[in-house]
Structures are given as structure tokens and as C-alpha cells.
Design a protein around this ligand. Structure first.
Ligand SMILES: [Zn+2]
Ligand SMILES: [Zn+2]
Length: 342
């Protein structure tokens, strides 16, 4: 597979004024692909609606210093603040970026419909196909899409991560990633790993025919290993970095991570049950003398199906033995090595 990869630094683009969803560089690549009668695939790397605080000068999403996951923006009595969903720490919205001291922030995220609109406006004669959870709903939707895809008339496909897998069309010679690092802002310690894997999958969609494929990645953090290693297809380099991170911040496979989910009808009850569980864990730790920490925080989605959800996170080398030696109420759900912490 022969691939040429280009990174577009959105921090530089943002200095030019109003930031379009499709930058000039990507638009130019789309024009060239259209002119050759080939197909382009645009990906919106979107999962959930994490509202994080992004510094438009250095591209940093504001993180919890202890947990190295993004903090999310919350509104409480007309006041905005930041919350870490791992350890429960709350912070005021900072005046300036902790990383580069600039004072320019934006909330991340735009929708796929917005991106499609901009595209139609920019390329009025191109045939554009949107593929996401909405357009694939309904009995015939998928067969219809499939037909359209293979009759050779589509110029640009735009879609969510559903596209990354199984979109093998020899006409695709350009892949554009609109917001490569949006996944990095999701408060999950596997965010970087998932971002890297998704990018690697989507890169493979271009240049499957022996023709040279091109990949344009729009990113706020071109130096982030998940982006830079994906761009150079450096698996080894990325996994070496990842292991180092996990070791430094005591995440699996170097420490146990256990998520206990507590549900209650009121928020104060959920918080109280979670804090009681945290106390029990700390007492066990006292007797066993293990290297373990326990944190209480409201879940990323704090209210699910009318009940309030709190998490108690048990983290450290002795987390499993502390769990085994603690009496846990039957209503608490325990996930050892949870696939996600949301
Ligand atoms: Zn900054
Ligand atoms: Zn934290």
C-alpha cells in the first residue's frame, strides 16, 4: 500500500480567522480528487459529546493533573466549572492555558450535519453521501446506500467511525480526517489508544488499488503520539509510548483498575453510598497495607434512565486484593479492568 500523509495544524488555521470545518488544504485535495473522477472519504471521529476546554493556541485539552484524562465542562447555577470524572476533582475554568499561558479557549465539537452542509456549499455539483447512525436507520437504508456506493456516482462520502471498517472501494484515493483528535478529549485512559487504532483503520481505506492514496489529517495536536505515529504508521513507536504512559500514571497493565458503579434515586444518596464504599476500601487498605487509591466521582453521564450514577475507582497494585477483602453491597456493580470508564 502506498500512502502519502499530510497533517494540517488547526492551531495555525485558527489564527487566520474563522475556522472552516474543511480547511483550504483539504478542500484543494478534494478538488483534485473530484477532477480525476475518484472518490474521497471524510471521517468525523466522533464519539459522545464530550464538552472539553480546548486551547486554540497549543491544542491542549485541559486535563486533570492526577488522572491525565480530559476534564469536562459543567454548568452549575449559571457558573461553568471543570470536572474530572475519574477522581471527582472540580476546578474553576482557568484564565489561561496551563500549558502555554494563552487565553484563547473553545469548547470542542461540531456535528456531522454541519460538516455535510459546509461541504455541499463548497462543492455544489459533487455527489455527497452521508453515512451515520441516522442515514442507516430503516429497513432498506443499508441496501440503498450500498447500491449508491457501488454504482460509481458518489464523489464524496462523509461519515462517522462506522466508516473506518469495511469500506473497501477501489475508487477511494483520498481520505480526510476532519477532527483527528476529538477522541482524545474523551475522559478515558484508553482515549489515545482508540484514536490511534481508528486512524490506522481509516488510513487503510485510501490507496488500496496500487494507485497512490492520500490522507489528510486535520488536527489540533499534530505532535500527539496517537496522531504523529498514525501518520507515519509507526505501530512500534506508539505502543512503546503507550506503555511508558501507563507505567508512569499507574494504569493497566502496570496496576489494577476496578470500577464500582453505585446507583440511587437521588444524587445525594448516590454520592453517600459511593463515599461509604470508598471508606470501606480505605479501611481494608489500612489492614492489608497495600498501595491502592480509591476515588469517588459522578459518572460521565451522571443520570441514566432516571437514576443517579456514581463511580468508585479503585486503582493500584493491590486493588484486586483490597476488593476481595472488602464487603460490597450487592447493589454495586463491579468491573475489574473495565473496557471503558465512562
Ligand atoms: Zn495552550
Ligand atoms: Zn482526576
Amino acid at each position: 500500500m502506498s500512502l502519502k500523509t499530510f497533517l494540517v495544524d488547526l492551531r495555525i488555521e485558527a489564527q487566520k480567522g474563522k475556522l472552516p470545518i474543511v480547511t483550504d488544504f483539504l478542500a484543494h485535495s478534494l478538488e483534485q480528487t473530484l477532477a480525476k473522477g475518484e472518490m474521497s472519504l471524510l471521517l468525523l471521529n466522533r464519539r459522545g459529546h464530550a464538552r472539553t476546554l480546548l486551547c486554540t493556541a497549543c491544542g491542549m485539552a485541559h486535563q486533570c493533573a492526577r488522572c491525565v484524562v480530559s476534564m469536562t465542562v459543567h454548568k452549575k447555577r449559571d457558573q461553568y466549572s471543570l470536572l474530572c470524572h475519574y477522581c471527582g476533582k472540580e476546578e474553576d475554568i482557568p484564565q489561561a492555558c496551563v500549558s502555554c499561558k494563552a487565553e484563547q479557549f473553545k469548547s470542542t465539537g461540531f456535528g456531522i450535519q454541519q460538516a455535510e452542509e459546509e461541504l455541499r456549499h463548497r462543492f455544489p455539483t459533487a455527489k455527497i453521501l452521508r453515512i451515520d447512525a441516522d442515514t442507516t436507520k430503516g429497513k432498506h437504508a443499508f441496501t440503498d446506500l450500498h447500491k449508491e456506493l457501488h454504482d460509481g456516482s458518489v464523489d464524496i462520502i462523509i461519515g462517522t467511525q462506522m466508516l473506518a471498517k469495511g469500506m473497501d472501494n477501489p475508487r477511494i484515493t483520498l481520505v480526510g480526517v476532519l477532527d483527528a483528535d476529538i477522541g482524545l478529549s474523551i475522559p478515558d485512559f484508553r482515549a489515545e489508544e482508540r484514536t490511534f487504532q481508528l486512524l490506522m483503520q481509516v488510513l487503510g481505506r485510501a490507496g488500496r488499488t496500487g494507485v497512490e492514496g492520500r490522507v489528510v489529517i486535520q488536527t489540533w495536536m499534530p505532535e500527539s503520539p496517537s496522531i504523529s505515529c498514525a501518520a507515519t504508521q509507526d505501530m512500534e513507536g506508539f505502543y512503546a509510548y503507550l506503555l511508558e504512559q501507563r507505567k508512569t500514571y499507574a494504569y493497566p497493565p502496570f496496576a489494577d483498575l476496578i470500577k464500582c458503579t453505585v446507583l440511587a434515586k437521588t444524587e445525594s444518596d448516590a454520592a453517600m453510598h459511593a463515599e461509604n464504599l470508598q471508606k470501606s476500601f480505605m479501611e481494608t487498605r489500612g489492614t492489608l497495607g497495600h498501595d491502592v487509591e480509591a476515588f469517588v466521582a459522578p459518572a460521565y453521564i451522571p443520570r441514566q434512565h432516571g437514576v443517579f450514577v456514581y463511580h468508585v475507582l479503585l486503582k493500584g497494585k493491590g486493588a484486586r486484593s483490597v476488593l476481595e477483602s472488602t464487603k460490597i453491597p450487592t447493589s454495586v456493580r463491579v468491573d475489574v479492568e473495565p473496557l471503558q470508564l465512562l
